[in-house]
Design a protein around this ligand. Sequence first.
Ligand code: HPA
Length: 247
Amino acid sequence: MTIDLAVIGGSGLYNFPGLENASRHSVDTPFGAASGDVVIGDFAGRRVAFLARHGESHTVPPHRVNYRANLWALHSLGARRVIGVNAVGGIRSDMGPRVIVVPDQIIDYTHGRYTSFCDVEGAEVRHIDFSEPYTETLRRQLIEAASSAGVAAIDGGCYGATQGPRLETRAEIARMKRDGCDLVGMTGMPEAVLARELELDYACLALVANFAAGCGDEAEISIEEIFAHLAAATAEVPRILGALLKT
Ligand code: HPA
């Protein structure tokens, strides 16, 4: 099966609006079950595969997502390029709520997740280059797609991946800022590295839902506001991906 683009939807994106002639695929993987069925359909005249990272009813928390099964399922259905859509908190002052960012670097603070397909008894150990964690050509295509769709998107930024599901303390965010993180999210890793192990082209479309702890004016982060901002930013996603599919 030819798939032009696979999309992994994060919080706020549980289906792909406008997907026509859709069929559902439940894939058995050597790593267990994916977050749900992969939905394959037509969008902008191309074949698109969609998978809801947290399940279609948002029942899988970030630290329990079976990232290996998700990537394996998409790959086995024929996907070769993948966009991960991720809700994030903004650390940098120009990355406030509803801003869209296409990051170019990652720092991984997660723990206890399976980070490699070779993390299996008897598997051959493979070391891979991860200097540039995202596929630059796909990143460029995403930036150009956003621009041609008339949607503002910031080119570059460092995604700090945290364990969740709780949000971070102010001290944790202050440390991440000193480390060079511009954004914080709970699902960027190990997704990106697993995509690289499968030699998939992979880029991240990060939707800022809130200022990270201590970066905005509020003493506390409102979860209701996070979802309201996320809904607004998510509404732009089909237009960006539609433009991407035309390239
Ligand atoms: N921290 C981590 N993940 C997030 C945040 C945050 O502030 N907002 C949305 N996802």
